[in-house]
Ligand binder design. Structure first.
Ligand SMILES: [Zn+2]
Ligand SMILES: [Zn+2]
Ligand SMILES: [Zn+2]
Length: 274
């Protein structure tokens, strides 16, 4: 399984357009970037590719990283930065299966699958496959399991991707607070590679109107506001899941420049063979 981090940024990415903060400036100087979230998973045994989330930067990411176009995709939730690249497949892909959760979101009155189908009704070569969380689907020769996470007010899912032949395992937290349910943690546990949402360091919680939550024993917030993990929260989750390797993703340009490119914060284009 070859995993390419196509997009490691939050909803505005780094550099953010129109921003000359120290972190965006440092990114430009280093020639690195964090575009909107997407992960490419290639099954080298079957020569198929699975895309996790449709970044608005889809076209640019595929040109830049020269990975194969996807044979199937998973959508974790309906926020702009994870879904709105789907329109890019028009006249590019002949057919595509898009897997998304089948549970009704009380906030929207529709499941992620239903919203994707409704928003992209004009893409008649896209087949939306409603998928039951916590049940494993074989996609592109890989075992994929969606797991509920906490990203209020919308429902959102993380996922585990396992190679049934080699046992290699990739876990992705999705956009989530630290309050990942126990049954979801059990599915995500023991990955060879964990990609964990770590939007900002805990020190920035003072700047969020809702502050932080899910503090550890020393008072460090593991959740920023209500929707995302802090760096410290993501690393705590990685330790609890006993991840062999962890890359922090969904990163904002609000990281201070001195911390923004430290390990294990990811940048676009990183590739891992599991
Ligand atoms: Zn900036
Ligand atoms: Zn989100
Ligand atoms: Zn997001």
């Amino acid at each position: 399984m070859r995993v390419t981090l196509l997009g490691t940024g939050d909803t505005t990415g780094t550099p953010t357009v129109g921003c000359d903060c120290d972190t965006c400036t440092a990114a430009r100087e280093r020639g690195v970037e964090r575009t909107r979230f997407s992960v490419h998973v290639e099954n080298e045994r079957t020569d198929e590719s699975l895309l996790i989330d449709f970044s608005p930067d889809f076209r640019y990411q595929f040109l830049r990283d020269e990975v194969p176009l996807p044979d199937a995709a998973v959508i974790t939730h309906i926020h702009f930065d994870h879904l709105d690249g789907l329109g890019n497949v028009f006249r590019v892909l002949d057919d595509l299966s898009v897997y998304a959760a089948d549970e009704t979101d009380p906030e929207t009155g529709a499941s992620v699958a239903e919203t994707v189908r409704a928003d992209y009704h004009y893409l008649d070569r896209v087949t939306v496959v409603p998928t039951t969380p916590l049940e494993t689907e074989r996609i592109c020769g890989l075992d994929v399991t969606l797991v509920p996470v906490e990203h209020p007010p919308l429902i959102c899912y993380g996922l585990a991707v396992e190679d049934p032949e080699t046992g290699a395992k990739l876990s992705i937290t999705g956009d989530t607070s630290y309050a990942v349910p126990e049954e979801s943690r059990a599915v995500l546990a023991d990955p060879d590679l964990l990609l964990a949402d770590a939007i900002v360091p805990a020190s920035l919680c003072d700047h969020h109107p809702l502050g932080g939550r899910h503090e550890d024993a020393t008072g460090v917030a593991r959740t920023f506001g209500t929707k995302h993990m802090t760096r410290e929260g993501a690393l705590a989750l990685a330790a609890e899941l006993d991840a062999t390797r962890t890359r922090l993703v969904h990163l904002a340009h609000f990281y201070p420049a001195a911390e923004a490119f430290e390990e294990p914060l990811a940048i676009d284009g990183e590739q891992y063979v599991l």
